[in-house]
Design a protein around this ligand. Structure first.
Ligand code: ADP
Ligand code: GLC
Length: 491
């Protein structure tokens, strides 16, 4: 396509602010789009952690006034090129940070102070008003998740007068339907949406709420989600979390595009965060990484005992509730190691700590967020566990494949689209899958993995199959380009 102007709005952008895969996708897709010549401008809040770590920023605009109900907020805008782009780029993707200390100068990215609706409405309106200041008319406003769900509506109502945006289209990517941004209708006044009530879901209003994600799904020109299987799943009652009917109505504009991987960040041959780089041709560094990982946690190394890794937000979505029924048996009967990195719901954090205390020779547990350790686990583990209840795409299984760390995953969402069951008879496949969301099915998948592990030649084949997969943005990015193209061509 010819050069597209893409305004990418997201609550997370790596490396500035990340709690999960959204941040990686925002960055990876934007880098790709800029690398092929598109004009990409990303918008996110200037959270406290960004302010403290970002280095020098250039001031873009000062004192943009956003009026919400009776309240006036003043927003400054700062900018810097998105890191990690080729130096020779004519138009590097540019990140714009919305600086509004009242809303964003807080210890965490997401907060519980009762004004999330306002924080993220300010993100969307701040992005639109910055475009006005720049007199820059995006071909596409690319919105992400509930935080940006109001943008399409604001664009057509509050900013409907501005001819600058008369040809702009909106795309909403659903990364996770489990988070919808539902608030009491009492916030409508503050959001300046009292006059727009007729554009909101009437059944929600009748029940006293407004749902940001639903509003986005109703008003965006196009919708994507992050895998083909999840695009189908969210149209069913099991996965749609109440939005299935609306999604079925909008299925003509809903596309499933599997996320890409930024191999600039995640490649064992050139990963600066691991101690021993390795490639498919020379795997010796992998064992060295395993040894180093176990030593760091004071676990004994044994080349015959596989290391199972987990790196995850610890939430119900991720399916770890299947573990308590099977792990004690597994840890008793088999010589395996388990290395867990994660944080989230306190029951699960406590469970993994209990496991570590009960099996100190076999289990390591790091509670918290640690990017460097995430890379070291990908490099040092032999198997990677993702028993997700649902998984829109999942990035870790794709990172694992590249690191020769064999994924054991539930066949759902993006996991189903990116991991192929290994068949020892043919030597084809990249991992182990199970279907039913129950512990016995998971245990069987782990046992199948252990059986292949005990056949070194087959295991090596399996590792190499995974390392040879290519989920790069060079493959996935063009699917977004085609979509942008189609959207703008429709006029
Ligand atoms: P989700 O977005 O649902 O959390 P993904 O698999 O798409 O799942 O992406 C998770 C991303 O967050 C990966 O890059 C993973 O390495 C990272 N991550 C998750 N938990 C942690 C953690 N505790 N420490 C470091 N990185 C983490
Ligand atoms: C979400 C999903 C995850 C996906 C990520 C990036 O948080 O849970 O499956 O990979 O977003 O799209």
């Amino acid at each position: 396509m010819t050069t597209a102007r893409i305004c990418f709005v997201s609550s997370e952008i790596a490396p500035f602010a990340k709690t999960g895969g959204l941040a990686d996708v925002a960055t990876g897709l934007s880098r790709y789009l800029a690398s092929v010549g598109h004009d990409v401008r990303l918008f996110m809040p200037l959270y406290r952690r960004v302010r403290q770590s970002v280095g020098e920023l250039k001031r873009a605009y000062q004192g943009i006034r956003l009026t919400f109900g009776g309240r006036e907020l003043s927003v400054d805008v700062w900018t810097t090129p998105l890191p990690g782009q080729g130096a020779a780029l004519e138009t590097p993707a540019q990140v714009f940070f919305l600086d509004c200390p009242e809303l964003f100068d807080r210890p965490d990215i997401y907060s519980d102070q009762g004004d999330e609706h306002l924080r993220f409405a300010a993100l969307t309106r701040g992005a639109i008003e910055s475009c006005q200041r720049m007199q820059w008319a995006p071909h596409v406003f690319h919105c992400n998740d509930w935080h940006t769900g109001l943008l399409p509506l604001y664009l057509r109502t509050t900013y409907g007068w501005d001819r600058l945006f008369s040809s702009s289209k909106t795309l909403l990517t659903i990364h996770n339907i489990g988070y919808q941004g539902t608030f009491a209708t009492s916030v409508l006044q503050e959001l300046g949406l009292m006059e727009q009530r007729r554009h909101l879901a009437q059944d929600d209003l009748d029940h006293g709420h407004v749902n940001f994600l639903k509003t986005g799904i109703m008003h965006a020109d196009a919708l994507t989600t992050v895998s083909r299987t999840y695009a189908r799943e969210i149209q069913t009652a099991e996965f749609g979390m109440g939005l299935e009917e609306l999604l079925r109505r909008r299925s003509g504009v809903l596309h499933g595009i599997v996320n890409g991987v930024d191999y600039g960040d995640w490649d064992p041959a050139a990963d600066p965060l691991i101690l021993h780089p390795y490639t498919a041709d020379d795997l010796s560094g992998k064992a060295a990484n395993t040894r180093e990982l176990l030593e760091a946690f004071e676990l004994p190394y044994d080349s015959t005992a596989p290391v199972i890794g987990i790196v995850s937000r610890l939430t119900g979505q991720k399916g770890f509730e299947l573990l308590p029924d099977i792990l004690p048996v597994l840890l008793h009967k088999h010589d395996v190691r388990l290395v867990v990195l994660g944080s989230g719901e306190s029951d699960m954090e406590k469970y993994f700590q209990w496991l570590r205390d009960t099996y100190p020779q076999k289990v390591a547990n790091y509670r918290g967020y640690n990017n460097e350790l995430a890379h070291r686990i990908e490099a040092g583990a032999d198997m990677f566990l993702m028993p997700s209840r649902y998984e829109p795409c999942g990035l870790n299984q794709m990172y694992s494949l590249r690191y020769g760390t064999v994924p054991i995953v539930r066949r759902t969402g993006g996991l189903a689209d990116t991991v192929e069951a290994f068949d020892p008879a043919t030597g084809r496949g990249t991992g182990f899958l199970f279907d039913a969301f129950d512990s016995a099915a998971l245990l069987q998948a782990i046992r199948r993995a252990l059986a292949v592990w005990s056949m070194p030649t087959a295991w090596r084949r399996l590792m190499l199959n995974g390392m040879g997969q290519d989920f790069s943005w060079e493959h996935q990015g063009p699917l977004y380009e085609r979509l942008y193209d189609g959207l703008t061509a429709r006029g």
